[in-house]
Design a protein around this ligand. Structure first.
Ligand code: CO
Length: 133
């Protein structure tokens, strides 16, 4: 079994501070990590849930994939992050199973992780992020 944990569930939002306030009010959830990821054009907040996270994210520029997602689909579930022991092994396994990678090689993600994204087409309509801590 390649998956070790649900690393995070990522929700795209228009207003990150308002979304954080909503999760705080609704669940008492607190931000344990916040980071602007320039490469992906996002500002993200991680709320810890046991060994996993809810990730609230918003776009920081118009050409960000998240900006395009928000424009097209509005706020909502954006991707699922699956924690794995070895991102390259998990990526190769998904490709061997017929999935289409967005990242051909593992690359740096937020909070010092190594990540690779898999296209929803060919992965049951779900944008998947493989996360190696
Ligand atoms: Co993610």
């Amino acid at each position: 079994m390649i998956l070790t944990e649900i690393d995070h569930v990522a929700i795209a939002v228009h207003d990150l501070d308002a979304a954080i306030a909503f999760y705080r009010e609704a669940f008492g959830a607190e931000v344990v990590h916040r980071e602007v990821v320039e490469r992906d054009g996002v500002d993200e907040a991680l709320l810890a849930v046991a060994e996993s996270y809810v990730q609230l994210l918003t776009a920081i520029r118009d050409d960000s994939p998240v900006a395009k997602y928000l424009e097209k689909r509005g706020e909502g579930l954006h991707h699922v992050g699956y924690r794995v022991e070895d991102c390259a092994v998990a990526l190769a396994s998904m490709v061997a199973a017929g999935a289409t990678p967005i990242d051909d090689e593992p690359r740096p993600g937020s909070r010092g992780t190594t990540v690779a994204f898999i296209h929803p087409k060919g992965a049951l309509g779900t944008l998947i992020e493989l996360v190696e801590e």
